[in-house]
Design a protein around this ligand. Structure first.
Ligand code: SF4
Length: 213
């Protein structure tokens, strides 16, 4: 591969994929396009952390404005790739996340075409929290739309822990939710549920110890 456009969601995930992809491509440009991130200050924090990391490693990068209007071309992509009538072929994934993957990958695919790239990949495939089948499906849809750009259907989930540990060691910001406001609420609910569970387990252990004393 000569030039890979790497959709990058954040610096910690980039750590988990960059070196392996660099071995497969002559050149990589990390493309930060994540209009899903809210609120605005969270977007800025993730973007700034990304820029800090890529600059520290002399990695080529670009940010696409999240407010960029490309409705017309996205409409063309949706028309060409849409198979909503044949839902049996779609991977199990919420409508919200599927739309989010398609939006981000299609926009970076379009950037790839305009910038002479022959490959497209995404850092999203390092995260065990993402739906990898839906990501691969969206990538295949983009490849259909832009045949000059081959989608690299990678799976870097085995690198996730290593990447998070490295990010922590380097003092990089690590977010605790995926990106949209719904995911922030869901992540908080999950943390609360785990906290309650831990408290219940502790109380049960205390009672068991008391019964045996
Ligand atoms: S949970 Fe993540 S992938 Fe799903 S819609 Fe929200 S930001 Fe996008």
């Amino acid at each position: 591969m000569k030039h890979l456009a790497l959709h990058t969601c954040c610096a910690p995930c980039l750590i988990g994929v960059y070196d392996e992809l660099a071995a497969q491509a002559d050149h990589i440009t990390c493309v930060f396009y994540n209009p899903n991130i809210a609120p605005e200050d969270e977007y800025t924090r993730r973007r700034d952390t990304f820029v800090e990391y890529v600059q520290s490693r002399n990695i080529d990068y670009v940010e696409i404005d999240p407010h960029d209007d490309w409705t017309e071309e996205f409409g063309q992509f949706l028309e060409l790739s849409s198979d909503e009538d044949d839902t049996t072929r779609l991977p199990e994934c919420s409508v919200r996340c599927r739309a989010c993957y398609r939006l981000r990958l299609a926009r970076v695919g379009q950037w790839a075409i305009h910038n002479g790239c022959d490959g497209l990949a995404t850092t999203l495939t390092v995260s065990p929290w993402q739906n990898i089948d839906a990501i691969h499906y969206a990538g295949a849809e983009v490849e259909l739309w832009c045949p000059e750009v081959k989608f690299v259907a990678s799976d870097f989930r085995d690198n996730y822990r290593m990447a998070q540990n490295k990010a922590t060691a380097q003092g990089l910001y690590r977010q605790n939710y995926c990106g949209c406001l719904s995911s922030a609420v869901e992540a908080q609910e999950q943390r609360d549920a785990r906290k309650l569970q831990r408290a219940a387990d502790k109380a049960a252990r205390k009672n068991a110890a008391h019964d045996h004393s």
